[in-house]
Design a protein around this ligand. Sequence first.
Ligand code: PMP
Length: 428
Amino acid sequence: MEWSTSQKMYSKAKELMPGGVNSPARAFNSVNEDPLFIKKGTGSKVYDEDDNEYIDYVASYGPLILGHNHQRVINAIRDQLDSGTGYGSPTEIENLMAKQVIEAVPSIEKVRMVNSGTEATMSALRLARGYTGKNKIIKLAGCYHGHSDSLLIKAGSGVTTLGLPDSPGIPTSIAENTIIAPYNDLQTMENIFKEFGDDIAGIILEPVAGNMGVVPPLEGYLAGLKEITEQYGALLIFDEVMTGFRVSYGGAQEYYGVTPDLTCLGKVIGGGMPVGAYGGKKEIMEKIAPDGPIYQAGTLSGNPIAMRAGYETLKVLKQAETYQKISKQSDKLANGLKDIKEKTNARVTINQVESMVGLYFTNEQVYNFETAANADNDMFAKFFREMLKAGIYLAPSQYEAMFVSLAHSDEDMENTLDAVETAFKKLF
Ligand code: PMP
């Protein structure tokens, strides 16, 4: 496989943008490769500037659950373009979209559209703090909620220590209000609330953690968090930017039957356009301006192109059998990986929740950040390269989920699994 055009473009890009990219993971630094420059996507495939074809599991990092270039979504965008790109005034499509989201997601009675997942979680935290009058937020190790200051925080040495900034530029005074707790550990969470409960505004988490691979919540974990937050008058915030409309139409909260106070959305609800949203109980959402005193705004929020793309995506997802079809291919991928692991004695662990599939290069069970962090990154980098050469496009980290879409076919799965088997035989 030849990548010279991508390489040339990357050299140019490095002169123009930090790291040659507009978002760090795209640079492929973690696997010591040059990134591919993609020029086109159709269905389950992407094509790079050297005209190589790949079966894609990146899906624009999650939004493209219908696959690339889905005609209904593209037509909806085209249709809007005839009327312009946006007005900074209310539009009917915002009503339609809000109604669709409210009907789908159990916790959402009112919703506010924003432009990214980062904005959604940042705004939800402000709301949680403003509503409860408390300052501290609990964030779980290994969960990613975008790059706002309060959420780009790492744990200190002990699990209950106050947070330390994960990046220069974040004042420790902000980091101090973020407490880091381990995922899937109710006992530690209870201890944190015993110590700091009076000043905790809420817990934010990914109900299925998709930014440390794929880590499902253990039985009873989400319900346990709900109980603790209710007991202490804190809010439970599900960051469903990745899981919303992906693990099921109503998100992880519907899938696991636990309803949070606030929910953050993004990715799928924009149908590939830049979107985020946050919503929840009416009495909480009514504290937001202009109804209430908590300020949050956006020049392009509710942009009609993004709303049309998202609305059309949700309509396709709502059709009977859409999720069954996606599930069928997702199970085929996950079960196929497990079979190949047995056959080749590969030291890997496969986690799956519906169309989020995680593959870790470790023999150990992965249920939190520590166990995920034990996985072998060098081995992943080798595997990544083998897959790329075989025409399979994965995110450049084993801490990103593989996303299956409606466009993945039986043939795609067979080709993918063949490539994995060849790679494992070579690597193990
Ligand atoms: N929350 C979650 C769970 C995410 O996966 C992401 C992005 N990967 C974000 C928030 C941030 O979203 P964005 O990149 O759109 O700001």
